[in-house]
Write a protein that binds this ligand. Structure first.
Ligand SMILES: NS(O)(O)c1ccc(OCc2cn(-c3ccccc3)nn2)cc1
Ligand SMILES: [Zn+2]
Length: 258
């Protein structure tokens, strides 16, 4: 049966079809803030930098386990733990709960946020495409942004206002409006945790350099409700589509702030 987030096909069953689920660098993780190591050279050498071109139209897909925005413009992420390599923005998507008290994949000292936004990039300095990079240990970089209920996020409106038209799995649509991925980021992009991990959904490839921002962004209650009204590939409400934290094993989490 197709993997999902229900009792019958959820994260505890993924190891059957994807043995790497119990691997050495799985994601997400619980970020233990006191154990994270301040690493000035991650910060010092060159600050993390994003250079995104605003999308002139927004391509949205309900892929059965999340809502995804496919990126067509050139968007580059480099610096910080990525060094000189340039990672190209491929897509972004989210994970969320049925209620505000859960929904993020990474947790901070055990705290779960209502949702988590993932901006997925692939290493264009070393590989020829996302498909080529997706299985390489330095193939991907994902920005993790925590979402907490509050004021509406204007840049996210194009997604939340169209969830109603993307109800069922496989639904796609193109919205004729601009979207600047930079405006989906928190105001503080200097303070983050970073560690080597994996895709948080099957095939769980261990190819991701994770960069999780300390500062959450706010979405309105209505925007969070719009996500919860989506329908997954089994015809159920798409909710609680998050993987719980995996074992840290022999990894260190670095931080750029004291
Ligand atoms: N949640 S997350 O940000 O960690 C995250 C990010 C990206 C993901 O890609 C799924 C995927 C696509 N492909 C693929 C393989 C070959 C060709 C084309 C696509 N393989 N896995 C999954 C989870
Ligand atoms: Zn994700």
């Amino acid at each position: 049966a197709h993997w999902g987030y229900m009792t019958t096909n959820g994260p505890s069953t993924w190891g059957k079809d994807f043995p790497i689920a119990n691997g050495e660098r799985q994601s997400p993780i619980d970020i233990v803030t006191t154990a994270a190591e301040y690493d000035s050279d991650v910060l010092g050498s060159n600050a993390l930098s994003t250079n995104y071109t605003p999308e002139s139209e927004v391509k949205l897909v309900n892929n059965g386990h999340s809502i995804m925005c496919q990126i067509t413009k050139k968007g580059v992420l480099t610096g910080g733990p990525l060094g000189k390599d340039e990672y190209r923005l491929e897509q972004f998507h989210l994970h969320w709960g049925a209620e505000d008290n859960r929904g993020s994949e990474h947790t901070v000292d055990g705290k779960m946020y209502a949702s988590e936004l993932h901006l997925v990039h692939w290493n264009a300095s070393k590989y020829s495409s996302f498909a080529d990079a997706v299985q390489k240990p330095d193939g991907l970089a994902v920005l993790g942004i925590f979402i907490t209920p509050g004021v509406a996020c204007n840049q996210f409106k194009v997604i939340s206002d169209n969830c109603g038209k993307l109800k069922t799995s496989g639904a796609e649509m193109t919205v004729d409006t601009t979207l600047d991925p930079t405006l989906l980021l928190p105001s503080n992009t200097s303070d983050y945790w970073t560690y080597l991990g994996s895709l948080t959904t099957p095939p769980l490839f261990e190819s991701v350099t994770w960069i999780v921002f300390k500062e959450p962004v706010e979405y309105s209650k209505e925007q969070l409700l719009a996500l919860r009204n989506l329908v997954d590939s089994d015809g159920n409400h798409m909710q609680d589509n998050y993987r719980p934290p995996a074992a840290l094993k022999q990894r260190k989490v670095k931080k750029t702030f004291t």
